[in-house]
Design a protein around this ligand. Sequence first.
Ligand code: SAH
Length: 227
Amino acid sequence: MSFSADIITLFPELFPGPLGASVLGRGMADGLWSLEATQLRDFASDRHRTVDDTPSGGGAGMVLKPDILAKAIDAISPVGDPRPRILMSPRGRPLTQQRAHELAEGPGAVIVCGRFEGIDQRVIDARQLEEISIGDYVLAGGEVAAMVLLEAVVRLIPGVLGKAESHADESFENGLLEYPQYTRPQTFEGVDIPAVLTSGDHGKIAKWRTEQSQTLTAARRPDLLGK
Ligand code: SAH
């Protein structure tokens, strides 16, 4: 069974966007994963296809209505659907490489993209939406956030990246940032590739890379070292 992603959005035409390019697009064509984007407005019941209303208690902006969103979620992810239901939200738990691995090992995800001021709390509670944030800043909508989440997850699905593009050494995989990478030419603007990397001594190379990773992580992301 391949990984199946469903997106609920007011802008389904934005998908697959970058998710259709390169290795992820190839993985989709090969049936390793699938993506369906559904227009939330299709679940509105009035003539104007209204999906939002003013915030109770006052304030600026609009809030996505719980009844319409619940209808969409129930149609796309009926009771018994094993996939987690995710809401992209700046109030969510920050996305991590570990959560991406967990999702990649599962059956897929149903992802709700917010817009405007957000969505009615009652549908978050009633449908047990897992709120996930992609960082401490506010976007205009959840679509790009959903793409970030899916891009991080889908590249971990076995077979999506070739063996040559393994991710075992990458940033965050071992709690460290990745060591610096180099390729030819041997000399670029007067700077040589570090000699150890062209020495052919695999033990020395591994040791140098680990040291570089540790130094870089200590300098840039000391918060990762405590974990
Ligand atoms: N008023 C809300 C922000 C709404 S932004 C607040 O202050 O928390 C509109 C939509 O964009 C949100 O519903 C969410 O789906 C998406 N979004 C914005 N920033 C995001 C982030 N950092 N991570 C994930 N989704 C985000």
